[in-house]
Design a protein around this ligand. Structure first.
Ligand SMILES: Cc1cc2nc3c(=O)[nH]c(=O)nc-3n(C[C@H](O)[C@H](O)[C@H](O)COP(=O)(O)OP(=O)(O)OC[C@H]3O[C@@H](n4cnc5c(N)ncnc54)[C@H](O)[C@@H]3O)c2cc1C
Length: 481
């Protein structure tokens, strides 16, 4: 074992460092590596004991974009995209923080040895994907040896070969904050309970999608009917620890997710793809009473959020033959034919009445809902909310070409978008908007960077990268209050 510059021989690292980072996903490893660049010492705590620990970053598709636009587009254009996608939910200074730093931070990753490729056609937003590709053509979860997995291994190697530390199986439990100023963190590791002292603590533990109690409190009455489209690693620890020392929360009810086959709840071959969002947007999404309850044209993230809060969370996507052969073939690993091939239920009938019987829906009501929907479409009312988010278009069309199809659907949650209120330096804020000294948040632990009532998606990876980098730059500048 090599002696560290400070004389420490332990792979655990010392008990006092400049920067303690909670969580070894992209946000955490970006923060720790940026700290080393700037001459600070850094130690990362990772709750999982596994070398290949399954965080959201590792399971992701590795596609870096800003609101479905290239990270290298002009910052003013990116800022406009973020504001439009989130309908102004993201504060202007946070919009600028992402837009101004996205390209620089991806270049920084490249400088640390992360390789990127593109998906052709790149459609203006798929030009920076961690290499190698392989995530997007399978319906079930694949990640080993793919871009995001390699990215994390590269960043971890950069950390430890440059004198930083990562402690696995070490779960941060509590912030040490005498008189409201954060001075360290209490850590549970096996039977041991230790305290780490630091100049700055960066919370990067990945949101709360893996915590059913917090999901029930903030997002949905029935978390068990929402498919977790990722690892259960994000348990909301950082949000809870920071709230206990006075941090403000923002945007808590909202999440980034999509609409999947309901069979994904018990069949992992149907997750993370195919999305049935596009079929719902072309056709319609109905509840157990065969009534529409959401503007389907507002995209899959909006639909998934609406499903999580409507009735018992059960819904059915209704579409016709034209849609199955058009919208059904859109996007990565599309439902036609992957939905059926992966074992998802798809009812098919020559009439809507028969379809309703097969799908367990009230027949008369389904026929009326389809008629009302077609009439609204003909009047030009249905797509009034037509929302073009970057390259993705959601277009309703006339429902009337048999055979008709019904796909039972569930909402899935990739990551929560609510979390700790931060400023443009990644400092965690109190309700009065004052910064909690020495406390920072990045990645899915931070709120207010996407989501909101219109559930705008900015990009989980770029958010994690930019705020991880910004957190350590703030600590290096001494911006603690
Ligand atoms: C299937 C899937 C595909 C995706 N594809 C894309 C994509 O292509 N593009 C994109 O922009 N986004 C994508 N995302 C979203 C993106 O991956 C996440 O938003 C991002 O990786 C979050 O990074 P993070 O560092 O905040 O969290 P994570 O990567 O989840 O890391 C958090 C880490 O903190 C650890 N931890 C938790 N609690 C503690 C604790 N108390 N103490 C110590 N450690 C703790 C966890 O074990 C975990 O390792 C995808 C997500 C999934 C699941």
């Amino acid at each position: 074992m090599q002696e560290r510059a400070d004389g420490d021989f332990s792979p655990q690292g010392p008990d006092q460092v400049d920067v303690v980072v909670v969580g070894a996903g992209l946000a955490g490893l970006a923060a720790a590596n940026r700290a080393l660049d700037l001459g600070l010492s850094a130690l990362v705590l990772e709750a999982s004991e596994d070398a290949g620990y399954r965080c959201a970053t590792r399971l992701s598709g590795g596609l870096f974009h800003v609101a479905y636009r290239s990270v290298f587009a002009p910052p003013a254009e990116l800022a406009a995209k973020i504001t439009a996608a989130t309908h102004g939910f993201v504060e202007p200074q946070l919009v600028r923080a992402i837009a101004d730093n996205a390209g620089r931070c991806v270049e920084w990753l490249k400088g640390h040895g992360v390789n990127f490729t593109r998906i052709e056609p790149d459609q203006g937003w798929r030009d920076n994907v961690a290499a190698p590709l392989g995530f997007y053509d399978q319906s079930h979860m694949v990640w080993e040896g793919l871009g995001a997995d390699v990215l994390l291994k590269t960043l971890e190697e950069r950390l430890v070969t440059r004198g930083g530390w990562i402690r696995r199986g070490a779960r941060a439990r509590e912030l040490i904050a005498p008189a409201g100023s954060v001075a360290g963190v209490r850590v549970a590791q096996g039977a041991a309970d230790t305290v780490l002292a630091a100049r700055g603590v960066v919370l990067a533990d990945g949101g709360f999608q893996g915590n059913p109690h917090m999901l029930r409190e903030y997002v949905t009455r029935h978390p068990e009917r929402i498919k977790l489209r990722g690892p259960a690693a994000g348990a909301g620890d950082g949000i809870q620890m920071a709230a206990a020392v006075g941090a403000a929360l923002v945007g808590m009810p909202y999440f980034y997710g999509h609409v999947l086959s309901a069979d994904a709840l018990h069949n992992d071959r149907l997750c993370p793809f195919p999305f049935v969002d596009f079929l719902a947007a072309a056709g319609m999404l109905v509840d157990a009473d065969a009534r529409r309850f959401v503007d389907e044209s507002k995209a899959g993230v909006f639909m998934a959020n609406a499903m999580a809060r409507h009735g018992d969370g059960v819904a059915t996507v209704i579409f016709d033959d034209t849609m199955w052969n058009d919208a059904g073939r859109v996007f990565f690993c599309p439902p036609n034919p992957n939905l059926v091939e992966a074992g998802g239920t798809l009812h098919k009938a020559d009439t809507l009445e028969e379809l309703a019987r097969l799908a367990g829906l009230p027949a008369q009501r389904l026929v009326e809902t389809a008629r009302e929907r077609n009439e609204a479409l003909a009047r030009g009312e249905l797509s009034s909310g037509l929302d073009e988010r970057g390259a993705l278009k959601y277009q309703a069309v006339h429902l009337g070409k048999p055979p008709y199809y019904a796909a039972p659907a569930c909402a899935c949650i990739t990551h929560t978008t609510g979390g700790l209120r931060v400023d443009e330096c990644a400092r965690v804020l109190r309700e009065d908007l004052g910064a909690i000294p020495h406390l920072y948040a990045a990645g899915s632990t931070a709120g207010g960077l996407e989501g909101g009532p219109q559930t705008g998606y900015v990009g989980g990876l770029i958010k994690a990268l930019v705020f991880g980098v910004l957190a350590s730059e703030s600590i290096a500048r001494g911006e603690s209050t």
